[in-house]
Design a protein around this ligand. Structure first.
Ligand SMILES: Nc1ncnc2c1ncn2[C@@H]1O[C@H](COP(=O)(O)OP(=O)(O)OP(=O)(O)O)[C@@H](O)[C@H]1O
Ligand SMILES: [Mg+2]
Length: 353
């Protein structure tokens, strides 16, 4: 089975790394624990995982452990025998039995009670379940995939999640980075969803003004892809004209931006130079043109955090200075305006010596 990720949109390195793990783990029977903030696409990944496994023509059974009342969850998962409790009018199989041969997706597993966690651990170890009110164990052949937006490490430390279950589930961890760390994916996803919703609504294709595009790139997306998807749906209905302009965007995006004039100036500067300033400057040979300060969007576009970005710049300057000085460290240090010892330290840290 080939892994089909065609419905999962994005080209960032962080997403590609997730695909790599997904492709390796999908064909196995290993337990996978998917983590990530709300709306990052955990369920989408898990569905792709099941589709890419040998179990793809067997059931995929999702259950949201956080949405089912605690006292019903056990019988939902494991089923019950007639008369097991007041409302158990007839025998009912649970989700584990329904998923036999396939995959069960324990969503929001961080919400599960400690007492039930023991029972999940047992399924993982013994591959058998017991119905509520039942008198014997039944074998099940189910692959378990779990997801949570909680930090399970912390939940374990604070006694809310069993350590043994955590290790059993976390055989293959799959972490979905928040959208704000996926660089150019914001624009790609925005375009994708806006086109999709325009098409659905029978509306002509809409584009973004440079300011609106930049505003979307700068916004922190606390609700991740789900939030972006919803906002694009709204824009496809409410935006005036053929271009989504800055003031079409929801207030919470606008108010998070700070100075709008600055943003407009940034957008104009960006339009004037197709490549982000800093990276263009880095790729340019020595003869510098007018220096343009990097902007936040440069980080996003290149999928780097502040530290990587600054490290990158520093490394390039170090190399250039060394080249110019023909490897003579005293001279290189002088060109950089730092002490020779500092230069040596920096080179060591980067294995450039
Ligand atoms: N990379 C992506 N490409 C296209 N659509 C995506 C992507 N990531 C998420 N989505 C869409 O965003 C929405 C939220 O995704 P999903 O339900 O998988 O997130 P989640 O991490 O399970 O969220 P929650 O923690 O809130 O349950 C869905 O409509 C999904 O189709
Ligand atoms: Mg989900």
């Amino acid at each position: 089975m080939e892994l089909d990720t065609s419905e999962i949109i994005g080209q960032s390195t962080s997403l590609k790394n997730v695909f790599k793990v997904l492709a390796k783990v999908a064909p196995t029977d290993s337990t996978v624990l998917v983590t990530g903030e709300s709306g990052t696409g955990k369920e989408l990944m898990v569905r792709a995982l099941h589709q890419g496994s040998a179990r793809h023509d067997k059931p995929f059974v999702p259950i949201n452990c956080g949405a089912i009342p605690k006292d019903l969850l056990e019988s939902e998962l494991f089923g019950h025998e007639k008369g097991a409790f007041t409302h158990a009018l007839r025998t009912r199989p649970g989700r584990f039995e329904l998923a036999d041969g396939g995959t069960i997706f324990l969503d929001e597993i961080g919400e599960m009670d400690l007492s039930l966690q023991v029972k999940i651990l047992r399924v993982l170890q013994e591959k058998e379940i017991e119905r509520v009110g039942g008198s014997g164990a039944r074998k099940v052949d189910v692959r378990i995939v779990a997801a949570t937006n909680r930090d399970l490490d912390k939940e374990v430390q604070e006694g809310r999640f069993r350590e043994d279950l955590f290790y059993r589930l976390n055989v293959i961890p799959l972490h979905l980075p928040p959208l704000r760390e996926r660089g150019g994916d914001v624009s790609i996803l925005a375009k994708h969803f806006l086109e999709l919703f325009c098409k659905k609504g029978g509306r002509k294709k809409l584009g973004f003004s440079p300011e609106a595009k930049l505003a979307l790139e700068c916004y922190a997306w606390p609700g991740n892809v789900r939030e972006l998807e919803n906002i694009m749906e709204r824009l496809s209905i409410l935006a005036e004209g053929n271009t989504v302009a800055l003031d079409d965007l929801p207030g919470k995006i606008l108010s998070s931006l700070g100075n709008l004039e600055e943003l407009e100036a940034m957008a104009a500067a960006k339009a004037a130079r197709p490549e982000p300033a800093a990276v263009a400057a880095l790729n340019r040979p020595a003869a510098p043109q007018a220096f343009i300060w990097p902007v936040l969007a440069d980080l996003r576009k290149y999928d780097m955090n502040l530290k990587d970005f600054l490290d990158n710049i520093e490394e390039r300057l170090l190399k250039e200075a060394l080249d110019l000085a023909d490897g003579v460290k005293n001279q290189a240090a002088e060109a950089l305006g730092i002490k020779r010892t500092t230069l040596i330290e920096k080179l060591k840290k980067r294995n450039l010596e």
